[in-house]
Design a protein. Sequence first.
Length: 362
Amino acid sequence: MTLELRNVSKVVEGQTHIHPTDLTLNKGTMNVLLGPTQSGKTSLMRLMAGLDVPTTGQVFWQGEDVTGMRVQDRKVAMVYQQFINYPSMTVYDNIASPLRLMRKSGADVDVAVRKAAELMQLSPMLDRKPLELSGGQQQRCALARALVKDAGLVLLDEPLANLDYKLREELRVEIPKIFEEAGSIFVYATTEPEEALLLGGNTAALWEGRVRQFGLTPDVYRQPADATTARVFSDPPMNFLKVSKSGSKITFGDGQSATASGALSALPDGQFLAGFRPNHVELQSNGSDALTFATTLNVTELTGSETFIHLAHHGETWVGLVHGIHNLELGAALDVHIDPRHIYIFSESGDLVAPAAYAQAA
């Protein structure tokens, strides 16, 4: 069982929502579409489902061209961030509705509905109407209805965004197991890199309607193909700095220099772009090889156990995520430190030249 997109694109009123895309998803796999708002996640899902017809290209399901096939003729289940339920039906009847359309027996419907309701923690609410439920409960009802369809392709468009933290964490673990056991192709859209890492499987990094990279989630995270993918797969986005290398010397954008070590020593002479994630910014040097940058502190944000620090460095804006609560003076000079093993090197055009040393060792 495979879903294959061949040179699929979508143009609406002269605006390109999806650039020509080739993508193959296999049976029993978890596939995450990761990207910021308006990167093309929902547009791509709608093409997969058959809700929209591509401007160019073809969609194949199990080797059959289904490009013009109606969505109701495909085995597809889709759940949106904004839950959709039938307000006049009970929760039980909402979950049962796709099975009744498939003319399943009453006994089979009852077994499937109660099993799905138990998984979604809805068993005590089967006799209620959706408007009697909280927002999170209504979303779980929509998820349960998708679950019972036994669809070959399951598309979830940021489905957990409206749920409370505890339930969201539980469902992030349970939902993939549920659908993978059925052998479905599972596609999950999110704006959150952390969610992609928790879900695992494969990740497609999207930016402005283009799939920049597709592969195993840990690989895309550790070895992004380009600076755009690295930016997408980091929250807050990866920090960047122009660098040049000459012999054993590497010079940073503000003129400070250091001896090239680790991955930096193997670079040819030239101009590059260095990237490092916010969680690799340190307030204390962890070794003699650490690179030190003089910055100005613009803003701090306390999260309870961590502190976001917003920094200015010679025209560049950086964000650091440091452990603990730090009472720092806004507008003050602040030295920050980066372990060279955490630095990615990209070409001036943005292509990955050398992954961070820690990523190569992982």
